[in-house]
Design a protein around this ligand. Structure first.
Ligand SMILES: Nc1ncnc2c1ncn2[C@@H]1O[C@H](COP(=O)(O)OP(=O)(O)OP(=O)(O)O)[C@@H](O)[C@H]1O
Ligand SMILES: Cc1ncc(COP(=O)(O)O)c(N)n1
Length: 194
């Protein structure tokens, strides 16, 4: 089984952050691991508090994973301090960085994401879904890309599959909480079974 690591914050309400990443990894059939950089007291409506984990402890978590387990892909989420960013940058640097994707979830009109793979620009364009329930969309989109890369897919195909996944997860989003609810990480599994 391919192994994917998320370096991100913890969302106690379960829709974003580490919790969303682990659900997304499981939905993609990869083994999920997590390095927690921050504990966030948040829900679908507001962020109440943020407790950052020390850079030393973040580094130790990363070392604990890498000294023992072969990691096929890394996804980085919320990084709330420059120290966290430095630890993550060191980890990413060891893997190389060949492509960049800019997400357009907050723009007006269609939901368009733009990928630059070092050679060509590629657009991923879907109709905007009219819903307030988009808590965690960025988390699950990037976790889905990391999962597909770990499974051996090329970058363009991985982004297309992740876009399809996040779009359907938003389409089947859950009305949980009073604010912006989470998406449905396992809609496909619940609809069609294993
Ligand atoms: N209402 C929507 N309808 C369709 N797709 C959406 C919608 N909102 C977000 N997306 C898609 O979800 C994915 C995540 O992008 P999004 O911009 O929401 O991430 P984000 O992490 O919230 O962004 P940011 O980091 O700027 O807060 C992208 O593929 C985006 O196009
Ligand atoms: C711990 C944590 N990490 C990230 C996000 C952003 O989520 P998104 O931008 O995907 O909605 C969040 N709300 N909480």
């Amino acid at each position: 089984m391919k192994k994917v690591l998320s370096i991100a914050g913890s969302d106690c309400s379960g829709g974003a952050g580490i919790q969303a990443d682990l659900k997304t990894f499981s939905a993609h059939g990869v083994y999920g691991m997590s390095v927690i950089v921050s504990v966030v007291a948040e829900n679908t409506g507001r962020v109440i508090g943020i407790q950052d984990i020390s850079a030393d402890m973040i580094g130790k978590q990363i070392d604990a994973v890498f000294e023992d387990i072969e990691v096929d892909a890394v996804k980085v989420g919320m990084l709330s301090t420059p120290d966290c960013m430095e630890e993550a940058a060191k980890a990413i640097r060891t893997m190389g960085c060949r492509a960049v994707i800019v997400k357009g979830g907050h723009a007006a009109g269609n939901a368009v994401d733009v990928l630059f793979d070092g050679k060509e620009i590629c657009h991923f364009d879907t109709a905007r879904i009219d819903t307030k329930n988009t808590h965690g969309t960025g988390c699950i989109f990037s976790s889905a890309v990391a999962s597909q890369l770990a499974r051996g897919m090329g970058i363009r195909e991985a982004v297309q599959k992740a876009k399809d996944y996040v779009t359907m997860a938003i389409e089947h989003s859950l009305d949980i909480g009073k604010g912006c609810g989470p998406t449905h990480h396992f809609w496909h599994l619940y609809q069609y079974g294993l």
